[in-house]
Design a protein around this ligand. Structure first.
Ligand SMILES: [Mn+2]
Length: 423
């Protein structure tokens, strides 16, 4: 009995601050791109990786004894999911239910749901509907936490949903906003907002989702994207995971990153100069790969530096793929796998749907003139997403920019840089 009593006292003593887990963009069921370049066992590991990361997320929530878990959209990669992916999510939510850890979640642009109420979630889960609503939790420390958010009920949410979020609840100890979207203007597709609009709500924390690259839009109060929990292609490099957010004595909230990925995409430019023959190049790359030494599996895209010259035989081995194949044969594929070897090129013209950015821009200048916009507007007036934008009173330059942006978004003509962050 004495021992039990001591445990209970230290439990309360130890937990004198609020702590929660913030994650987004789980993308269960993701169809990985570039899979065919991998041998079958690695393909299987990659396909299983998002679910494995989710399991580790729940392991972390349990180990950290968090007060609650926030999942901010794109839990699944698609609006309709495999039974297997649904089971993966429900199984992990049930583990949190057993531990009596509340979960507040929303659906995003990838997994938009017309009817979130129909999901057979366990009792600990609150799933936001399509309208902004606020739920209130009471932590073990008897602190009151208000959480506001919404789910996508269609692929695009072009209205600034931020306008529907209430001001901070004065009776709550903390107020948190959950928002799957990105900075933008009315008509943009992902619940456009400005950081100042978020800050004007006087919340203690903004739990964002949608951008896959972990980043803070504001330090205090934190306005934060945790990034996705598993890199989905070679452009989503580095450690991926979630945030554990803790309060301090002044009720400031501070997020700390925790990696969850078992498989990490990386880029690597070996430090090589001068001229190398095929054998020496292979030796240098092999030893460099084996000293990457990190846990889990690293999928590495190699860029040979411009300072390196290849002998004719070495260049041939590279262009014909023999160099990559030999390197793949040399490494321990449990831990590291070279997915590609490329040459550093001259400063890049950003590739854009097979065109470079300059060509795209030039085409835009020719095609989207102020004269043609009126005619264009007539034709596009029935196209809802353009119609909204075209009715705005804008300069020809602003119209051109807006149309280019909308068309690029519509047809996924994202730049390479944006693609590493996007959706
Ligand atoms: Mn996403």
């Amino acid at each position: 009995m004495t021992e039990d009593f001591f445990v209970i006292v230290s439990f309360f003593d130890w937990r004198n601050h609020m702590k929660f887990l913030h994650a987004a963009d789980l993308h269960l069921d993701t169809p990985f791109s570039g899979l065919s370049a991998l041998p079958a066992p690695l393909q299987q590991r990659l396909i299983a990786a998002p679910a494995a990361a989710l399991t580790k997320l729940v392991d972390l929530a349990l180990a950290e004894h968090v007060d609650f878990v926030l999942l901010v959209g794109d839990l699944f990669d698609q609006a309709s999911q495999s039974v297997q992916a649904q089971a993966q999510l429900l199984t992990q939510l049930e583990r949190l239910n057993t531990a009596q850890i509340p979960v507040v979640l929303s659906f995003g642009n990838h997994d938009f749901q017309p009817d979130t109420a129909s999901w057979p979630f366990p009792a600990n889960v609150h799933a936001f509907g399509a309208q902004v609503e606020t739920v209130t939790l009471t932590t073990a420390q008897q602190e009151k936490v208000a959480i506001s958010g919404f789910s996508y009920d269609q692929r695009w949410v072009t209205t600034p949903m931020i306008d529907h979020y209430p001001l901070k609840n004065p009776t709550a100890d903390y107020h948190i906003g959950m928002l799957h979207g990105q900075v933008g203007v009315v008509g943009d597709h992902y619940a456009p907002f400005s950081v100042s609009a978020l800050l004007s709500k006087h919340y203690d924390y903004w739990a964002l989702g949608h951008i896959h690259q972990r980043q803070a839009l504001n330090e205090q109060p934190p306005v934060v994207y945790p990034g996705n929990i598993q890199g989905r292609h070679a452009g989503e490099t580095g450690a991926k995971g979630c945030l554990i957010v803790t309060s301090d004595d002044q009720r400031r909230l501070t997020p700390t990153f925790h990696a969850l990925t078992a498989i990490t995409w990386r880029t690597w430019t070996p430090d090589l100069t001068g001229e190398l023959n095929r054998a020496d190049l292979l030796t240098a790359l092999t030893s460099g790969m084996t000293t990457q030494g990190e846990t889990g599996l690293q999928l590495i895209s190699i860029t040979l530096p411009a300072t390196l010259q290849l002998t004719t035989a070495a260049e041939l081995a590279w262009t014909q793929g023999a160099l990559l194949a030999q390197l793949q044969a040399n490494v321990d594929s449990q831990h590291v796998w070279p997915v590609a070897i490329q040459m550093a090129s001259a400063p890049d013209a950003t590739p854009l749907f097979g065109l470079d950015a300059a060509a795209w821009e030039a085409a835009g200048q020719q095609v989207v003139t102020s004269e043609k916009i009126a005619a264009l507007a007539d034709h596009l007036i029935t196209t809802e997403f353009l119609n909204t934008a075209l009715l705005e009173d804008m300069s020809p330059e602003a119209w051109r920019a807006q149309i280019m942006r909308l068309l690029a978004d519509q047809y996924h003509l994202t730049t390479e840089g944006a693609a590493t962050d996007a959706d």
